[in-house]
Design a protein around this ligand. Structure first.
Ligand code: RP5
Length: 167
């Protein structure tokens, strides 16, 4: 049975920022569950989800929150599964508040924090964690890297042609 990724967001207002993670997991064929649980508004539900995550078949958790973003840390406190934090950009402080709240964890309770609104990379990292024990998923990630490299090199070639045509 392949492991699932748990994608938790502090508010439904985070969904647009989180959506790229869900879409990437879907395109890689990685099973996931997405939930709205808040570290502050529904702390009991968030804690239970994280505490039971390993026995419920999850291999890693992604937690997205904005403002005083304690969700990733609150989940990490309840599980030894890897937890990846996405700081979500809110209006007032451009996401710096969420970045610092997510990344500055005390020793012993790590949160792997991606960039502000870095949902795509959060899903990529979660898939890479599962791929440690999943050769088929590792092959998909490798193929994606090759495609990305080819895309960049194609753009380089286009640039050389533009420069050559201007000289
Ligand atoms: C955080 O506060 C949530 O993760 C969200 O990013 C932010 C605002 O939440 P809402 O007031 O939109 O529900 O806890």
């Amino acid at each position: 049975m392949p492991k699932k990724i748990g994608v938790v967001m502090g508010s439904i207002s985070d969904w647009e920022a989180v959506r790229p993670a869900a879409e990437l997991l879907q395109s890689l064929g990685v099973p996931y569950e997405a939930h709205v649980y808040s570290a502050h508004r529904t702390p009991a539900q968030a804690a239970v989800f994280a505490r039971d995550a390993r026995q419920n078949g999850f291999g890693a958790l992604i937690a997205a929150a904005g403002k005083a973003a304690h969700l990733a840390g609150a989940l990490a406190a309840q599980t030894t599964l890897p937890v990846i934090g996405i700081p979500v950009k809110a209006a007032a402080l451009d996401g710096l508040d969420a970045l610092l709240s997510t990344v500055q964890m005390p020793a012993g309770i790590p949160v792997a924090t991606v960039a502000i609104d870095g949902a795509y990379n959060a899903a990529m990292l979660a898939a890479q964690i599962l791929a440690v024990e999943d050769a088929a998923l590792a092959a998909k990630l490798e193929a994606q890297r090759v495609k990305m490299t080819e895309g960049v090199l194609a753009k380089d070639l286009e640039l050389q042609q533009v420069i050559a045509s201007n000289t």
